[in-house]
Design a protein around this ligand. Structure first.
Ligand SMILES: Cc1cc2nc3c(=O)[nH]c(=O)nc-3n(C[C@H](O)[C@H](O)[C@H](O)COP(=O)(O)OP(=O)(O)OC[C@H]3O[C@@H](n4cnc5c(N)ncnc54)[C@H](O)[C@@H]3O)c2cc1C
Length: 271
């Protein structure tokens, strides 16, 4: 039987510095066939250092894909010091994915906060590669400051085939910002959507997802159409260790993409 804890080796082919503490790593997996769905994650790490769950931030093409990682602690700060040509170790793909098959022919509203745009990017890439299969696409993306906005150039490209709203909490006096200033919830009224034919996918801080979900329900969204990507600390990634377990649900195995109504019941949830 194959050992599920045995990692695969990937080589870093390119590193793009997105912000002071966020980088996008282009990776090539030399062995195996790798077919993740948008929304799934890998356990990414290095022997002797540890592993961290990280969402795919791109679709996969011939075993090439990207991870966009904010350096916050032990594993992610170690990864930040790696350079092109270095190897990285990963296990996956794990977890549930965004329900894109159910959303064919429908409108999609994507709401992202901070690094929460990373797991949304493969959704956008997938939709744009099959643009005629979907209805209206709207992205509302918020970050703390203009220099925290990820994939800004791509947002401008996405705008050609979808509606993109950008917002920040604050704009320091030396920065130029021509988009909205304020919370992502303030933009819900600007985005015109038909609740009966729109799926909403949310990813970002739990408090943001709570207020956005409530805003959507007030506008008539059905609970069966609002999905969130839910982050929890996890160790094994495969439903064995119980670190991310809530009742009968494992965030690593049953999530990270859940219907909002399912995770809002978790005892420590802010949703
Ligand atoms: C399914 C999933 C997908 C994710 N995708 C991405 C991604 O695409 N890009 C990205 O940058 N990050 C992502 N994360 C978050 C990432 O896993 C954590 O930032 C990482 O585990 C931190 O590990 P570390 O060893 O660097 O930090 P540590 O040394 O473990 O901790 C550093 C600090 O961050 C806190 N922390 C660590 N992990 C979490 C967590 N999950 N929730 C709350 N606080 C935490 C710690 O309490 C501590 O304060 C994802 C998490 C999950 C569960």
């Amino acid at each position: 039987m194959k050992n599920p804890f045995l990692p695969l080796k990937a080589v870093i082919t390119d590193i793009k510095v997105e912000t002071t503490d966020v980088r996008t790593y282009s990776l090539l997996l030399r062995d195996g066939e790798y077919k993740p769905e948008p929304g799934q994650f890998n356990m990414v790490g290095y022997p002797g250092v540890g592993e961290a769950p990280v969402s795919l931030s791109s679709i996969v093409y011939e075993n090439r894909f990207q991870h966009t990682i904010k350096a916050v602690g032990r594993v992610t700060k170690f990864i930040e010091r790696l350079t092109e040509g270095d190897e990285i170790f990963l296990r996956g793909p794990y977890g549930s994915s965004w329900p894109l098959k159910s959303a064919v022919g429908q409108d999609i509203l994507l709401v992202a906060g901070g690094v929460g745009i990373a797991p949304m990017r493969p959704v956008i890439q997938e939709i744009l590669s099959k643009r005629d299969s979907f209805g209206n696409i709207t992205l509302i993306y918020g970050a703390r400051r203009p220099d925290n906005i990820l994939f800004k150039d791509e947002c401008e490209v996405w705008q050609k085939d979808s509606t993109v709203f950008l917002t920040v909490d604050e704009v320091p006096s030396h920065m130029i910002w021509s988009y909205h200033i304020g919370l992502v919830t303030e933009l819900l009224d600007k985005a015109a959507f038909h609740v009966e034919k729109t799926f909403a996918f949310l990813c970002g801080p739990e408090i943001m997802m709570r207020f956005v979900s409530r805003g959507l329900f007030l506008r008539g969204f059905l609970p069966s159409r609002v999905y969130v990507s839910f982050e929890r600390r996890m160790k094994c990634g495969i439903g064995q260790c119980g670190h991310c377990q809530h009742g009968s649900q494992f965030v690593c195995k049953d999530g990270p993409v859940f219907l909002y109504k399912d995770v809002s019941r978790f005892p420590d949830s802010l949703l």
